[in-house]
Write a protein that binds this ligand. Structure first.
Ligand code: ATP
Ligand code: MG
Length: 356
């Protein structure tokens, strides 16, 4: 029987409407080549929907998406609609509602991409950042007291549960087991944050015991940021709490070069709910509507989606096609020094996938 995967397609705003169709071209080529079916359901939920209806998505939006195996998202956000409306009306409900507790970003220097780090080559930058996506420092616990007086003070609590900590650490170790280096680095700050971070370290050490084949180390977040820039070759899988992971998951793709090519995944590893795949970049209002944006971040995100759906070979083939295009002076968009349009790049990658 043919394998069928149900995909919810949400282009969202701005260049998401331009990049998502290119990723669908590539997915179609992969499906033909590797013999699986994709059932696509399209949703036009966006800031435009918000303007028309007062909501980013219908009240039963999550129920609709729950019918899918995975969600392919473009970008969410547009000038004139506040971030808290667009993010909290669409992105955050999906991440939370579907318990996508692992935010995963491959940070890999691709051929022909200029990294801001002088003298670094593709062999030096190839790691993953795994961010805890549901608890930690981004909690609602806290508040203000004596507001407006000179005794005014504000507190903000972090919440680290054993379940929440262990499951993200476990995800990171399992990911490392699939990689040649089998190495996990933990981001900590137990010299300054004296309750939650020592707990994180303790759970990290306990998890490491269960993975004798995985090499581990840990750094305080401050020096870890410096090492990302000075020694990116030291890293394989880097795991951090919600805040530290947030910082590292922007720094990682930045050291790997163009914002236009970086992919990301929001994963529910137990597969009780659909996971969501989206490029690192946003809706880029400054270049939207011109069809000059780079679709590679979206296409690479689609490759991560296929891996998650059990189509690992198809996923690898797409990433290899991206590498071939970049190496062999294929069409490139302006952000990469070329002249090509968005669709030229998508078509070229789809052809490489079909032919490989
Ligand atoms: P968000 O808050 O939604 O993450 P942002 O304001 O951080 O969005 P982006 O939308 O990611 O920013 O855009 C940042 C800059 O990078 C813009 O100048 C944009 O044009 C450029 N950019 C982003 N994505 C691409 C792409 N796919 N191709 C080319 N340029 C891009
Ligand atoms: Mg941003």
């Amino acid at each position: 029987m043919t394998r069928t995967h149900r995909i919810a397609v949400l282009p969202g705003d701005g260049i998401g409407k331009e990049t998502v169709p290119e990723s669908l071209k590539v997915l179609d080529a992969a499906a033909r080549r590797f013999g699986f079916d994709l059932t696509l359901t399209h949703y036009d939920w966006s800031c435009e929907t918000y303007r028309q209806t007062g909501r980013m998505m219908p009240a039963d939006g999550l129920d609709q998406l729950a019918q899918s195996d995975s969600i392919l998202l473009g970008a969410v956000g547009w000038p004139g609609v506040a971030d808290h409306v667009s993010l909290w009306g669409l992105l955050i409900p999906i991440r939370r509602g579907f318990d996508q507790y692992a935010n995963v970003r491959p940070c890999k220097l691709m051929p022909g991409v200029r990294t801001p780090l002088a003298d670094r080559t593709e062999a030096d930058i190839d790691f993953y950042v795994v961010r805890e996506n549901t608890e930690g420092e981004y909690s609602a616990v806290g508040g203000r007291m004596f507001e407006g007086t000179d005794r005014e003070f504000v507190t903000q609590q972090s919440v680290f549960t054993r379940q929440g900590t262990d499951r993200i650490l476990k995800y990171a170790f399992n990911l490392a087991m699939t990689r040649p280096k089998k190495h996990v680095t933990s981001a900590t700050k137990s010299n300054g944050i004296i309750h939650t971070m020592p707990y994180w370290d303790e759970r990290f050490a306990a998890m490491a015991q269960q993975y004798p084949d995985v090499r581990t180390d840990q750094y305080h977040i401050d020096i870890l940021c410096a090492h990302f820039v000075q020694h990116p070759d030291w890293f394989d899988v880097v795991v951090g709490s919600n805040l530290f992971g947030d910082i590292l998951s922007d720094l990682g793709p930045a050291v790997a070069g163009s914002i236009g090519i970086a992919p990301s995944a929001n994963i529910n590893p137990e597969r009780r709910f659909p996971s969501m795949f989206e490029p690192v970049h946003g809706s880029a209002p400054d270049i939207a509507g011109k069809f000059i944006c780079n679709p590679i971040g979206q296409i690479w995100s689609a490759a991560l989606m296929l891996e998650h759906l059990g189509e690992a070979e198809a996923g690898r083939t797409i990433v290899a096609a991206i590498e071939t295009l970049l190496r062999e002076s294929g069409p490139k968009t302006r952000d990469m020094g070329g002249q090509a349009g968005t669709a030229d790049v998508g078509t070229a990658i789809a052809e490489l996938v079909a032919a490989r």
